[in-house]
Design a binder for this molecule. Structure first.
Ligand code: ADP
Length: 322
């Protein structure tokens, strides 16, 4: 029997573009004759039955806003069997027959647990870290890259004026996608990512010295969060080279802001496809983008896939950013 009512929630770390995905889910659902409720506060909201019916105007004026109007949370209670059962009984009580879950890999593990207990879920990848293996670009990643690039450009102005070195730590959890791409875009002297074994002498000092020898006198080192230690690295660089060096940890400014065009379009496509999948009777799927096409994968298979850093891109960066 065809479903009549679905819910949508955002979970885990927020990402710019989540609102655009919520909007697309709501509008597609309504357009296809479904009722749709917004669940507030991620899995916590599911457990507490904090949901409200959405109409076409509920999602007006949000496509351009960062963060998530549905609010997000990390819900330890949801990871307990009792919490999970509460969430399912709330869905039954509110006659929600399928859920669209917008978040990262943790959120998809939760979706998988719900599906295993007979509740249909579709995941939409939204994380600035871009660490969902089946998906080339996740919602929020493009915005975060552009935010980081702009902030680094600003730092660079001061580094150039004063002939200094800047160590910039960017987000990405265990992945170096933000660091690598931002490093290329701003012409960082060194790019330190968790996917490549790190050697301070070779990867930082030697490169600064090489650049110095050819007349360069300002330097930016981009360090991925997965490596960390920007403060110490700055001290070590200053001590070894004598170049005044400052550390900047960009932090949560990277997660906020107006989503870029790419993120808005991607989020809209993901949202629409997620609703279609529920209407097709599918469950435990995650939507994804590869080579510009929207695909979907089994969540379990998607979570088991490995995503590797593009080493050609990394090596190209080493060659040209000097
Ligand atoms: P993200 O979705 O951004 O990776 P988290 O890892 O914090 O963020 O996950 C968001 C929420 O998903 C958690 O607070 C928890 O409720 C749920 N979750 C995470 N991991 C699991 C898991 N292994 N099993 C069930 N639920 C999980």
């Amino acid at each position: 029997m065809a479903i009549k009512k679905i819910g949508v929630l955002t979970s885990g770390g927020d990402a710019p573009g989540m609102n655009a995905a919520v909007r697309a889910v709501v509008r597609t659902a309504l357009s296809r004759g479904l009722e749709v409720v917004g669940v507030y506060g991620g899995y916590d909201g599911l457990i507490n039955g904090d949901s409200r019916p959405m109409n076409l105007r509920s999602v007006s004026n949000i496509i351009n806003r960062g963060g998530t109007v549905l609010l997000s949370a990390r819900s330890p209670e949801f990871r307990t069997e009792a919490g999970m059962q509460k969430a399912i009984s709330q869905c039954l009580k509110h006659e929600i027959e399928g859920l669209v879950i917008i978040g990262g890999d943790g959120s998809f593990r939760g979706a998988q647990d719900l599906t295993r207990r007979g509740f249909p879920c579709i995941g939409i990848p939204a994380t600035i870290d871009n660490d969902i293996s089946c998906c080339e670009h996740t919602i929020g990643y493009d915005t975060a890259l552009n935010t980081c690039m702009e902030l680094c450009d600003k730092l660079r102005d001061t580094m150039q004026s004063h002939g200094r070195c800047s160590v910039v730590e960017v987000m990405g959890r265990h992945a170096g996608y933000i660091a690598l791409n931002v490093g290329i875009a701003i012409g960082a002297t060194s790019i330190i990512v968790p996917e490549v074994e790190y050697n301070f002498q070779r990867d930082v000092l030697d490169r600064i010295e090489m650049a110095q020898a050819t007349g360069k006198n300002d330097f930016i080192v981009v360090v991925a969060e997965g490596i960390g230690g920007a403060e110490q690295m700055a001290k070590d660089i200053e001590e070894k080279t004598g170049i005044v060096t400052r550390a900047t940890i960009l932090g949560h400014v990277q997660r906020g802001g107006t989503p870029t065009l790419s993120d808005r379009v991607l989020a809209s496509r993901f949202g629409a496809r997620a609703v279609e999948l529920l209407l097709e009777g599918k469950s435990n799927r995650v939507v994804a983008e590869q080579l510009g096409k929207i695909l979907d994968f089994d969540i379990e298979e998607a979570l088991a896939m490995k995503k590797t850093l593009d080493m050609d891109l990394y090596n190209m960066a080493l060659e040209i950013s000097i």
